[in-house]
Design a protein around this ligand. Sequence first.
Ligand SMILES: *[C@@H]1O[C@H](CO)[C@@H](O)[C@H](O)[C@H]1NC(C)=O
Ligand SMILES: *[C@@H]1O[C@H](CO)[C@@H](O)[C@H](O)[C@H]1NC(C)=O
Ligand SMILES: *[C@@H]1O[C@H](CO)[C@@H](O)[C@H](O)[C@H]1NC(C)=O
Ligand SMILES: *[C@@H]1O[C@H](CO)[C@@H](O)[C@H](O)[C@H]1NC(C)=O
Ligand SMILES: *[C@@H]1O[C@H](CO)[C@@H](O)[C@H](O)[C@H]1NC(C)=O
Ligand SMILES: *[C@@H]1O[C@H](CO)[C@@H](O)[C@H](O)[C@H]1NC(C)=O
Ligand SMILES: *[C@@H]1O[C@H](CO)[C@@H](O)[C@H](O)[C@H]1NC(C)=O
Ligand SMILES: *[C@@H]1O[C@H](CO)[C@@H](O)[C@H](O)[C@H]1NC(C)=O
Ligand SMILES: *[C@@H]1O[C@H](CO)[C@@H](O)[C@H](O)[C@H]1NC(C)=O
Ligand SMILES: *[C@@H]1O[C@H](CO)[C@@H](O)[C@H](O)[C@H]1NC(C)=O
Length: 778
Amino acid sequence: MAILAQKTHFFFSLVFIFSLSFQPISSLSTIAISKTSNQTLVCALISSSLYPQQSSLNCTSFPQGIQIPLNPSVSFTGIVGGNGFLCGLTSSSNSIMVCWRFSDNGTDLNYKRVYIGPLLTNLDSGNSHVCGIVNGTNRLQCWQWREFSSSNNSLITSNLAVGEDFVCGLLPLRQIQCLGSYRNVTDAVPVGNYSEIAAGSQYACAISMNGSLDCWGNMVGEKPVDQFKSLALGDNRGCGLKVDGKVVCWGEIGFSLPSNLSDISFETLEAKQDIFCGIETSIYSLFCWGNEIFNSNPVVYDGVQVVPGPCTTSCPCAPLGNYARFCGQELMICEHCVWPGFGQNPPIVNGSGPSPPPLSPQPTPAPSQWSTRNVVFLVVGCVGSLMMLSVLVILFLKYCKSRGCRVHDSGRLDEAGTPPQQGSQTSQVQDQLGPQPSILEKRPSKFLSMGNGGHLEEFSLQLLLQVTNNFSEEHKIGTGSFGSVYHATLDDGREVAIKRAEASASSSYAGGSKYRQEDKDSAFLNELEFLSRLNHKNLVTLYGYCEDNNERVLVFEYMNNGTLHDHLHKLETSSLISWTARIKVALDAARGIEYLHEYAVPAVIHRDIKSSNILLDTNGNAKVSDFGLSLMGPQEDESHLSLRAAGTVGYMDPEYYRLQQLTTKSDVYSFGVMMLELLSGYKAIHKNENGVPRNVVDFVVPYIVQDEIHRVLDGRVPPPTPFEIEAVSYVGYLAADCTTLEGRDRPTMTEIVNNLERALQACLTTPNFSRSNTDSST
Ligand SMILES: *[C@@H]1O[C@H](CO)[C@@H](O)[C@H](O)[C@H]1NC(C)=O
Ligand SMILES: *[C@@H]1O[C@H](CO)[C@@H](O)[C@H](O)[C@H]1NC(C)=O
Ligand SMILES: *[C@@H]1O[C@H](CO)[C@@H](O)[C@H](O)[C@H]1NC(C)=O
Ligand SMILES: *[C@@H]1O[C@H](CO)[C@@H](O)[C@H](O)[C@H]1NC(C)=O
Ligand SMILES: *[C@@H]1O[C@H](CO)[C@@H](O)[C@H](O)[C@H]1NC(C)=O
Ligand SMILES: *[C@@H]1O[C@H](CO)[C@@H](O)[C@H](O)[C@H]1NC(C)=O
Ligand SMILES: *[C@@H]1O[C@H](CO)[C@@H](O)[C@H](O)[C@H]1NC(C)=O
Ligand SMILES: *[C@@H]1O[C@H](CO)[C@@H](O)[C@H](O)[C@H]1NC(C)=O
Ligand SMILES: *[C@@H]1O[C@H](CO)[C@@H](O)[C@H](O)[C@H]1NC(C)=O
Ligand SMILES: *[C@@H]1O[C@H](CO)[C@@H](O)[C@H](O)[C@H]1NC(C)=O
């Protein structure tokens, strides 16, 4: 248990170290309110006494009931909550979001990872949905919202606000955009420039540049007339934070701020349904109000410093005065903007014409009439962090020059391509793939002409009998799906693997009645011809064939280092005892399969990806074998064909049973199983401690999505170094995504190749100095 805690801490401290230099301006919350029908869970990020400058999540249930098991060493950058859920975001070069679910009954003690990918710059939740904005592309992505999972017409870059069936936010030039199906809100968006926006379940309000409120949708009650800097809206009620820090509430009859809170100044507010919470300005205590429980005792955290906002690299207006104890030195917490003057537009930054272009996710305009205090803070903050940053960058570059290191590697793990995500835009990719019309086995066998390209040699049966000593047992090296495999050396010195079809298979092939023998023969040759043209350094080369008297024999390049299966499960000594070597094997195999899926015309579905079909040569290169061999089956026997198509037990795509349709995503599933095998060292189907058969997917994936992959890593490989752990856990997430039940949620082989390349890169270029930054107790 101690080891576990240490390792988890270790992983997250790594995340934390990376977070210092990459954090863009973000709109995240440090308070979350979650509800069940009779309980309220208030969570806050509080300044950690154990881990300086980290914020640990602390939750309290009112009345006592919901119990979230929390690890105080995990540092979150933002949290959101809603009906029966709480989600926390950790950010480094990637963002990872995990969610807990609970009900009146109790809590599911396991959290679930719902996102890993490029940084999320904004995150907000309504009662049921969670949405975020992805850095770089500014794509809007939502979770727990089947009808609206991601929108490509969102231009929102800041102030994301999620309601019941709508989401609003600000565009770079501060106009409002609302999307979703709740037309009372989406059709009534006010025109103008706004500084902040908030969403209740059925309405939204925004603060215009002069501080006044504009509300639309189904709002209850009269909006207050005053000057505001921030808002929080619930169901039929709302509260606003005035420029002077005092709070005003409005809404359904009987709702107002409890009178003994009216003198307190607040830094920021949060709301969900009937509950409102605010962080007070002087010592960052947390107060909540809205129902009898809180109104009679509004103090949730007193004397415990609640982090007053997300730590970020720069502020659109002013930073808080005393953020240093919450964030690292380069980071700051921003105050809510108060735009100067009434009825004026925000000042235009000198020299850049109208407001700066909408490239960055942060709000763009800069204020002009700062108070002296703010200017001082800003100047000190900017100069300080700039100097600090330059010194760090110079030191780092100097170091890199001498060592060669990964300046952006942790970013590269995800910056291009689609990150593996549950139920997200991978479905769009699948739509493009569509049903696979060009699958090899559906192809009429005569669509290639008989012309021989000259690639393929025809071997005589006599020669093959001679070199294998009549297919003797000494030459036999294995039994594949196609038949037996023999090792032999040809006269010209080439080492070959000879695959001989089982007699039964060939006789059943010969015994068909629908096709004439010549048709079958020419089909066989056509298909071999096609296979021989598939040329890729990660595919085993087909040299030739022999067809004689119902004998069907294929002659392949011999791979003298055996199968991946043997390396993982049989051999006493193996070359695959480093994480780098294992990720390299996965990448090689992925490239071979990607070639079959993406570059072969027509596309080839391998249908039997498994560790015993991945072969290794002496240089540690891996190649895929046995592709296309399913074609050798009898064509008229549909049931045999589909049986054959399903592949090997333990690697089979479960969706294939349901839909009876084979797609490239079936290979992706099998490949995911193989990656789990590489990581855990367990066979696809293996026996547990009690001798009961167990599937590697069922056993390993739950650890991966819990961020506890270190508990199931193959003990034959030394524990990952601090830099390998990020790569290894990333490969784990990739494998988990490959083995999701729905094919459309699985990544494509191209995405897998891209991700494995980044993981391998991260392993290969390990700067040694970084280890001294972490307590590398592995
Ligand atoms: C949450 O905060 C309370 C009050 O400061 C403290 O007693 C408790 O140990 C904290 N819980 C966790 C899990 O940090
Ligand atoms: C909440 O309600 C459920 C039944 O709806 C009950 O089982 C549970 O004990 C209640 N919890 C509290 C804290 O009252
Ligand atoms: C307990 O939870 C289950 C599902 O988690 C739900 O179906 C059931 O209604 C709940 N029971 C009560 C009393 O809330
Ligand atoms: C965020 O996106 C910007 C623009 O694409 C990019 O320059 C920056 O590196 C990204 N930041 C991170 C941490 O990914
Ligand atoms: C995204 O864009 C594509 C075309 O570029 C369009 O077909 C699709 O409907 C759009 N999706 C959404 C959710 O707007
Ligand atoms: C939209 O607003 C109208 C009145 O403003 C109201 O009658 C209607 O019920 C609202 N629609 C929904 C779905 O709330
Ligand atoms: C909004 O701001 C832009 C400049 O960013 C300005 O040109 C425009 O007039 C403003 N619109 C309103 C309604 O104030
Ligand atoms: C603030 O600006 C809005 C337009 O953005 C305008 O309708 C309103 O009258 C202004 N309020 C004051 C007090 O100037
Ligand atoms: C606030 O007032 C309520 C009664 O309205 C009282 O019960 C409560 O103790 C007061 N809380 C504080 C912190 O003064
Ligand atoms: C803009 O810059 C010019 C010189 O670069 C200066 O003279 C002018 O006062 C500046 N304007 C503002 C509004 O700061």
